[in-house]
Ligand binder design. Structure first.
Ligand SMILES: *Cc1c(COP(=O)(O)O)cnc(C)c1O
Length: 397
């Protein structure tokens, strides 16, 4: 399907302003060389094992399965990774690459703060300077993550314009990169943006799927019937899906944020709106108004609150290899609470969207069918949000 480099079917590409053409091209060359470099892979594997804590567990959750009416549910525990989510797989990979390229200063953007925290950790570990752009609205919502980044030596730069959230932080990070690319490396947090980022990030996150496939064989002796992951930009999902994509019997399901309503602006379900356009260098499905202006989005989980989706998912949607569904804020909260009560695991609000879809799916399953869910992160970062949820009072009672 990949006719042109950097394209996935019709999607992807490098739709960037001319000032960024030189650094993007240099990065494309570097990635082509390092992608299959044995010494690079070895240093990354070592960091993932000794520092990040890989392999992460695969956990059978029988009480949760029983509660939702499924025979068997397995969770891939990216919540157990150092810094609390799958983001560190990518941040370590890109920061090691930056070091190989001789760049001392790392620029990153962050929404919920998880990618910022992972990048700050990787930079501290590798002796690099770290600057993180973050919308002022997100800074307010995610104060503990701001402090985490600062403790690890990162400079957090507030972004005030637009909606003051992730999209605006990416714009600002790209502006910094275009002014300082000689000494700086831009560490992008999901499988989106211009080529080579989607390929690079998916490759760094493929460790989730590769590891999981071996673990699943040990536990089940076959692949699961359903493989479910939440989709913000799409990195944890593509990282898991990649290992199962060639098994036509494995059904791949991506879960987007249904927010609090179906109108434009009330959700971040790009595939439900199903309109295409360019955002941050990449042709894909985007939420936009009738004039092609990027639409505001809404989700209880900051990590899923982004108007575009990575190009690999756009292709999987267009060619029907994967299915994409939406789960709303309330369903996510209920699923988070259910997993916590039945299994003693507090999931991130993003991951709770995937758990909630398993609940929707379970009644239609055959008795012997199994579900694998990527638990992309832990819920500690969401406690400030959870404390202010009126819906949670209902859920907890
Ligand atoms: C950032 C984040 C996501 C969404 O990002 P993807 O690139 O779609 O994986 C999902 N879960 C958690 C816990 C996150 O921190």
């Amino acid at each position: 399907m990949h006719h042109k480099p950097g394209f996935y079917g019709d999607f992807g590409g490098t739709y960037m302003p001319e000032v960024l053409f030189a650094p993007i091209q240099a990065l494309q060359q570097a990635w082509t060389q390092l992608k299959y470099d044995a010494a690079f892979k070895q240093s990354l594997d070592k960091a993932l094992k000794d520092y990040a804590g890989r392999p992460t567990a695969l956990t059978d959750v029988p009480q949760f399965a029983k509660a939702i009416g499924a025979s068997r549910v397995l969770l891939k525990r990216e919540d157990l990774l150092h810094t609390g989510a799958h983001k560190l797989n990518n941040a370590l990979g890109q920061c090691l690459l930056a070091k190989r390229l001789g760049k001392q200063r790392i620029i990153a953007e962050t929404g919920a703060g998880q990618h910022g925290v992972a990048t700050a950790a990787a930079c501290a570990r590798l002796g690099l300077t770290c600057v993180v752009y973050m919308g002022s609205e997100d800074i307010r919502r995610q104060a503990p993550n701001v402090l985490r980044m600062q403790l690890m030596g990162a400079t957090v730069m507030p972004v005030d314009h637009g909606a003051a959230t992730l999209k605006d932080a990416i714009n600002e990070a790209l502006r910094d990169w275009s002014a300082h690319f000689e000494e700086s490396y831009y560490c992008l947090g999901s499988a989106l943006g211009p080529h080579p980022y989607p390929d690079m990030v998916a490759s760094f996150q493929s460790v989730i799927g590769t590891e999981c496939q071996t673990q699943v064989q040990t536990l089940l002796g076959k692949n699961p019937d359903y493989i479910i992951a939440c989709v913000g930009g799409g990195s944890n999902a593509i990282g898991l899906f990649s290992a199962f994509i060639n098994d036509p019997k494995a059904k791949l399901i991506g879960v987007e944020a249904g927010g609090h309503g179906k109108r434009l602006g009330e959700h971040a379900a790009r595939f439900q709106a199903s309109t295409k356009g360019v955002l941050h260098g990449c042709y894909t499905y985007v939420l936009q108004d009738a004039h092609g202006q990027i639409a505001p989005t809404s989700s209880i989980s900051a990590g899923l609150d982004y108007p575009a989706v990575g190009p690999q998912h756009a292709e999987l949607y267009a060619n029907h290899r994967a299915t994409y569904v939406a789960i709303d804020d309330k369903q996510a909260l209920e699923a988070l609470s259910l997993l916590a009560k039945t299994e003693g695991i507090i999931a991130a609000l993003e991951s709770a969207h995937a758990l909630a879809y398993a609940r929707v799916l379970a009644p239609s399953l055959m008795p012997d069918q199994t579900i694998l869910i990527n638990l992309s992160g832990r819920g500690d970062k969401d406690l400030p949000t959870l404390m202010t949820q009126p819906a949670l009072t209902e859920v907890l009672s």
